[in-house]
Design a protein around this ligand. Structure first.
Ligand SMILES: [Zn+2]
Length: 456
């Protein structure tokens, strides 16, 4: 299974790292609503791609969508069953540059714990994938490789601000009748488990993502002077509702994806996940959920639809009883929970007819892509070729959302996976201070993409 491609040439690796750093140096910061975005770096970024990957730029067709999204088409021997490799080239802003070890757009290589890292905004999210894909395709073209079927590279400019880049590309592909057999976007990584201790490296591939929702709870009540309060003021009733939602929430459940994840990790995970696997085999589903949820906050989120109260408002001044009180409740809906049932459950646990529940937004979890079959096996084969046969590959449901959900209408196999090895600390640097990726991880990811694109 190993050595699907020969070891990477040192010159190729050096060039790929240099290009990766150059792309990270361009401050492509997206702003909400696109209005505040400075587009000059985005234009420079596209020019840089043309200059740094000349073979790719010369032989793939390029379509610019919504002024800044790039849709490259690499013609295969046939145009049936294409593959889409997604990445976004916008990054989130830097809140406080002075908190960084190095300037966030200098692309400096810094020794962290004796290992060279690229410390820069975008070094992980998502220019690592972008630079890996570009280098692998450039190299494949130089070596004379043509894919069996078309490969699209879909690089968007406003993922971080939930923009229209990806939806517009998907609309375009749909209009043309393109039905990708496989779509890959950022997501799960290689490395330490986010589910508590596991005696092996774990590779998580996102096969679905939770639905989302926002509810507004509100109530009106007579106001008045706080010197003579009513028996129960609006703020107390609202607080009671918030606590009820928090404490009684939504009944957790195990999806098939979670069952498979627990069974795969169980034999290698001392503690709650092993216990969950044992209980699952004994037919104690509720016990399995309970045990699994204690493994980590990520594990807990995976088996729950968790309502979280985020914005609370009431009152105008210290000595007046508020006439109105309201709260926003954010929902992440697990696959298997219907959004309508979730709202009913919230209504039921609040148990106060005076509190109105308004649905501001409500979206189902995305369809679940299969964790078996040709497309799944293709990814897994190249994971093992890159990382060895001992890594544990598991499907999971992303707790957050990605742009790839847009593709689920035109493809049955949409996977969220970034082929980079990261520690939990490195992973948590994403969107944060000193975002960083070890150079050795970049090279491993490059190895994955190099072997993967030559199997398309
Ligand atoms: Zn991202």
């Amino acid at each position: 299974m190993r050595n699907l491609v020969p070891p990477l040439e040192p010159d190729f690796v050096d060039q790929a790292i240099e290009n990766y750093r150059a792309l990270v140096r361009i401050p492509t910061i997206s702003r909400l609503g696109d209005r505040g975005t400075n587009w000059a770096p985005f234009e420079q970024f596209r020019e840089d791609i043309a200059a740094r990957y000349p073979q790719l730029h010369g032989s793939l067709s390029l379509e610019i969508v919504r002024e800044h999204a790039m849709l490259f088409r690499w013609r295969g021997m046939t145009d049936t069953e294409p593959t889409v490799l997604m990445a976004h080239y916008d990054v989130v802003p830097v809140e406080d540059e002075s908190a960084w070890t190095v300037p966030p757009f200098a692309a400096d290589i810094v020794d962290v714990d004796g290992e060279p890292h690229l410390v820069a905004r975008g070094s992980i999210d998502d220019k690592a994938s972008l630079a890996g894909i570009l280098a692998a395709v450039e190299q494949a073209i130089i070596s004379g490789f043509t894919p069996r079927s078309d490969v699209y590279l879909a690089f968007t400019h406003n993922e971080e601000v939930l923009g229209d880049g990806t939806p517009s590309i998907v609309q375009l592909l749909e209009k043309r009748g393109v039905r990708p057999r496989l779509v890959i976007d950022e997501g799960g990584i290689v490395g330490e488990s986010i589910l508590g201790p596991v005696n092996a490296d774990v590779v998580c591939i996102g096969v679905s993502e939770k639905g989302t929702g926002t509810l507004r709870l509100s109530l009106s009540a007579p106001g008045g002077h706080s010197a003579v309060p009513p028996l129960e003021e609006a703020t107390v009733r609202l607080a009671r509702a918030i606590v009820a939602i928090h404490d009684r929430g939504i009944t957790p459940l195990l999806s098939d994806v979670n069952r498979r994840l627990i069974r795969t990790l169980g034999p290698h995970a001392p503690g709650p996940v092993a216990e969950a696997a044992r209980l699952l085999d004994a037919g104690d589903e509720a016990g399995a959920i309970e045990s699994f949820a204690t493994a980590s906050l990520n594990a807990r989120a995976m088996v729950h639809t968790i309502p979280v109260t985020t914005v609370v408002s009431a009152g105008m001044t210290a000595n007046a009883i508020p006439e109105r009180a309201s709260a926003l409740v954010s929902l992440r809906i697990a696959p298997g929970h219907s959004p309508a049932d979730v709202v009913d459950r919230v209504r039921q646990v609040i148990d106060d007819d005076g509190i109105a529940i308004e649905v501001i937004e409500l979206k189902d979890a995305s369809p679940v892509s299969p964790s078996e079959g040709a497309e799944w096996d293709l990814i897994v084969r190249h994971i093992h070729a890159t990382y060895g046969d001992d890594v544990l590959v598991v499907p999971y449901v992303n707790n957050g959302g990605t742009d790839s959900r847009n593709y689920t209408g035109i493809s049955d196999s949409v996977y969220r996976f970034s082929p980079y090895r990261m520690s939990l600390a490195q992973r948590e640097s994403l969107h944060a201070i000193d975002e960083r990726l070890p150079i050795s991880s970049f090279v491993e990811g490059l190895t994955f993409y190099t072997s993967f694109v030559r199997d398309l």
